[in-house]
Write a protein of this length. Structure first.
Length: 386
């Protein structure tokens, strides 16, 4: 609990990333800088947030400390890139699938979930195990893959094979011919945890291919092919992988990150709420109990934001404590009534700050987000500070 000043406000800044522009830490610091220009005597507590997607490791590193280790890996098309693992003193390693499987690593013309692979994630998991981690927490989100972890299995030492005994090509489409696994995943008894707030199963109308495949470049024909291919792969995993749970294709969370949730479950791991894990790590509940105002935000505050995403969780927790909650976003398309019912007191948009869509506001919001957030931080201080 903080010691409050006599008149100053206590403000909690806990935004998510602004996808495609700024990580959560930079969002929070930009708003804070603007606020301090107007009300430097107020107390600002900066607690950036993430679910399992991009920024997961950086946010946890700020909260938990530990050692960040760079790891050579590959992107969804097998090109060299660098990821990292966060190693903490309790024997836990944290990593994020988006550093190797992220959609942001692909140009628009390269997006094809029939061909993209999770092999790079397997290299990150291997590095965590080789560094002695007893628990490996994998943040899932923002992926450009749809191979149910087949590439990851290959990197861990269990290569998917066709019925002639040859290794399959990478990508979800090749799994239509999967007939078995060659080898056993090398995890050295480490436990895997999938950090995700997606509860979709691997297969079916609400599964990875149907719901998320089109976002990654899949056509309707691709979706049908991929769903059938993942069904075949799930059957092979249940048959050949010791400890794989029955009914893998229908388990909640299995559809996260193109089926990487199912891969973790097949390896005897479990799914856990990504935002829940982060909020515990940063002490969000204690911070909410001690403030007069909460500022959160994300790139696009829309109808999806109120269905289990970071902003909805923060706003609901603030509402339960009777604390006003302000959302700062790149753009806002959620109606005031809907936002208010979720606990949001007011919303501020970078696009509107820069003149609206008809006056180039979108381009300015994408090109100068830190400048706009600083200006909005000053505006918030003028409106809210005592």
């Amino acid at each position: 609990m903080w010691a409050a000043t006599l008149l100053g406000m206590r403000v909690l800044l806990c935004p998510d990333k602004f996808a495609g522009t700024l990580p959560a830490q930079e969002v929070a610091h930009a708003v804070a800088a603007g606020w301090r220009e107007v009300a430097d005597g107020d107390e600002l507590l900066i607690r950036p947030l993430a679910d399992g997607g991009p920024g997961f490791v950086a946010v946890l590193a700020d909260a938990l400390g530990g050692r960040r280790v760079p790891v050579p890996t590959v992107d969804p098309l097998g090109r060299a890139t660098t990821g990292e693992i966060l190693l903490t003193d309790d024997g836990t390693a944290y990593l994020e699938s988006a550093q190797a499987c992220g959609l942001h690593l692909l140009a628009a013309a390269e997006r094809d979930p029939k061909a993209t692979t999770s092999y790079g994630l397997g290299l990150l998991v291997t590095a965590a195990v080789e560094h002695g981690a007893r628990t490996v927490v994998v943040g899932l989100g923002g992926s450009g893959t749809n191979d149910a972890g087949a590439g990851m299995f290959a990197a861990l030492g269990a290569t998917p094979l066709d019925d002639t005994g040859h290794a399959l090509p990478y990508g979800g489409a090749a799994l239509a011919a999967v007939a078995g696994l060659d080898g056993t995943p090398r995890l050295r008894d480490a436990t895997l945890v999938a950090a995700t707030d997606v509860d979709n199963p691997l297969l079916g109308l609400h599964g990875a291919s149907n719901v998320y495949g089109p976002q990654k470049g899949a056509t309707r024909e691709d979706v049908l092919l991929l769903d059938a291919a993942l069904e075949r792969f799930a059957g092979v995993l249940e048959r050949d992988l010791p400890g794989c749970p029955a009914g893998l294709g229908a388990l909640p969370g299995g559809g996260a990150a193109g089926g990487l949730g199912a891969a973790v479950l097949a390896l005897g791991g479990r799914c856990e709420s990504g935002i829940g894990l982060v909020t515990r790590a940063i002490g969000l509940d204690a911070a909410l109990d001690a403030v007069d105002l909460v500022i959160t935000g994300e790139g696009s505050f829309d109808h999806q934001s109120l269905r289990g995403k970071v902003v909805a969780g923060v706003a609901g927790a603030a509402r339960d404590r009777g604390v006003p909650c302000v959302v700062v976003a790149g753009r806002v398309s959620t109606g005031r009534r809907e936002a208010a019912s979720a606990g949001v007191t007011d919303t501020y948009s970078l696009v509107e700050h820069f003149g609206g869509e008809e006056h180039g506001g979108i381009e300015a919001a994408m090109g100068r987000p830190a400048e706009g957030l600083r200006a909005l931080g000053a505006r918030l201080a003028r409106q809210w500070s005592r």
